[in-house]
Unconditional design. Sequence first.
Length: 466
Amino acid sequence: MPQTNPFFASMLVNASLIAAALSAPVMADDLMDVFLSAKDNDAVVGAARASYQADKERLPQARSALLPSLVASVSTTKTETTTPGTTIPGGALLERGYNDNGWNAQLRQPVLNVASWFGYNSARAFVKASSFALAAHEQDLIVRVADAYLNILRTRDRLDTTNAEVTAVKRQLEQVQQRFDVGLVAITDVLESQAAFDAALVQQIQAETAHYISFETLRTLTGRDYDELATLSEQLPIVDPDPLDEEAWVEAALRSNLAVRAAMEQLNSARNESRSRLSDHLPTVDATVTRSNNHNGNPLTQQFSPEETETTIYGLQLTMPLFQGGRTTSRSREAKARLAQAQEQLLNQRRLVVRNTRNLYKSVATDVVRVKARLKAIRSAQSALEATQTGYEVGTRNIVDVLQAQQRLFDSQFAYADSRYTYLLNLLRLKQQTGLLTEPDLLEINGFMNSNAPVQRIVSMRNANG
């Protein structure tokens, strides 16, 4: 039995693996895929993270005013003396010159500095507010990704309904034309059908453009293009908000909303900053330890004093600010105004959160009813269309009635799909108001994504249809 060449056997295996990889179905990206990509690439969140890293440095800077500081200096001087016409002992040495060298180091520890202590508390609250602001940006990214993703599905549904409408109106136009040719209908029926067909084509072009543009938002969020995205399954449950208590949602929002918590910390920071500026009028006390070393290079004085001396001085320094040109008073007034600003901003933020939470709660509850009602409206519109078509065939209805019935059916189909997307977005925004929105909420929605019937990006239906 002939043996197979190992090289050719390896080539056959590699070719089989490549063919299998090429023939394997490529799964469409789903909601979590897009979110994870946006989480790493969104420029808004990236800027917020950098801002937080910068804001964090205010804390060690403020803390440094409470910690010891060490300052050192080194000096050297060269002295040259010329004494023309005068003879003094050692004059020749002085003419050659000499050097005096020395160094000095001082350790200072603040003992009492009220302004610096309040400044440290202000910085700590400021950094905490910045962390809440970053968390709010990260939470907002969940909503922005869901909004952009669902908008693509929404524009696709609009395109599907307009395509179906174009097909139906075109078929209707052909049937009316045939009936006109044999004298069964008037020319007005043909003109009405043609006008409806032309209007449907315009809507189709608009839907194509909107669908194409909707993909651009995802590229802004993630920095990459998408050609296929998973759709939303019909199995998605449409349920009332839990708990079914508006006041409970409002209380949770006032307690946990990230924007409110950030505003509270900003108020705390402004309050401590105001106290710090008021404390600038108070005295400060510092403990110091100073050590110095001096080398005397003068040959004439070396015989009377040591050539090198070292000195250590321990001190307690009290500083009392008396007048600084009005700077301290001005900074105190500025801090009071900033405090009033922070108080008003917190009040405004709380009012906004209460309003948004109430509105979103009512919107979600209404969305649940709306989705169910629009599903029934599809069945009613379908029945009405069938009855109108029958009436047209027997002569009790005209072509305008048929075209309007078709339009109502297509509008009902899109309205149903649109109401499901609106429900999801309102539910996410409601959770965002309470500060409870997290990645698992997006993961739960992602569990109802269907990759078997993906939405495909269409560049131009005109080219596709020839």
